[in-house]
Design a binder for this molecule. Structure first.
Ligand code: MN
Length: 250
């Protein structure tokens, strides 16, 4: 088996090493990952500046682009032809609507877009030291996740509960839930007196949605969500058509 491994935390992130090591037990590993932190870039692709690849060690390349750029170049320029694309391990969850902002998930969606079974993995503890302890658990879990990914047409988004809260209780197939952030923006002044803004905050609420990824992780279960890239609300197409039925274009 041949694996392409990427992430959105940068090529030096400990989570990437955890995932690459787990994959190396099962086959040949190629890493193509952003050279620096790219969390939150979602599915961005770089079109208006050149990209460069730098080999750090055999099979490990840093790219000055996004996770999507990394997968795109690996497939269409390096022609790696992986059997699987793996993205992560992200320090911190990618649950509910995090998925729409996540570069980790985008790396897997880009692989799935080119018909390669792809898995995004996130660990709900943001601590990189704790992440290292998760390695042996991922070693055990990965073969089964690969089976699941191979049987799916899209990407698989995996969230691992924080092991600081106790051992995992099991594994659940889930849907995307909701994560509601406190819409926090920190405003400060730079040394020249101009305001700058920092988006983010730790206050997150997760409504109780049965079968969701948020619930699974809250309850101590590994969450496995099959994802596609079709954002259409299919049930609403008819009502949109009805609302437009009397529109006459000039
Ligand atoms: Mn990240």
């Amino acid at each position: 088996m041949r694996f392409l491994v990427t992430n959105d935390d940068g090529v030096h992130a400990p989570g990437l090493a955890v995932l690459a090591n787990a994959a190396a037990r099962l086959g040949e590993v190629h890493v193509v990952a952003p050279d620096t932190e790219r969390s939150g870039v979602a599915h961005a692709i770089t079109l208006y500046k050149p990209l460069r690849l730098r080999e750090l060690q055999p099979g490990w390349l840093a790219c000055d682009g996004t996770p999507t750029d990394c997968v795109y170049l690996a497939l269409h320029q390096l022609h790696l032809q992986p059997d699987f694309v793996l993205s992560g391990v992200n320090p911190g969850p990618n649950l509910g609507h995090d998925v729409l902002y996540s570069g980790t998930v985008a790396g897997a969606l880009e692989g799935a877009h080119w018909n390669i079974p792809s898995i995004a993995i996130s660990h709900c503890s943001g601590s990189e030291e704790v992440l290292a302890q998760v390695g042996p658990l991922i070693d055990r879990l990965l073969p089964r996740l690969l089976e699941v990914a191979r049987s799916q047409r899209g990407a698989v988004n995996v969230n691992l509960p924080s092991i600081q809260r106790g051992p995992w209780k099991g594994i659940r197939a889930t849907c995307m839930g909701h994560r509601i952030y406190a819409n926090e923006v920190i405003v400060r002044n730079d040394p020249r007196g101009r305001a700058y803004y920092w988006i983010g905050g730790n206050d997150v609420k997760m409504p109780d949605i049965e079968g969701s990824d948020c619930n699974a992780v809250r309850d101590g279960y590994v969450s496995v969500t099959p994802l596609g890239d079709d954002l259409t609300r299919h049930r609403e197409i008819e009502s949109v058509a009805a609302a437009l039925s009397d529109v006459r274009l000039p």
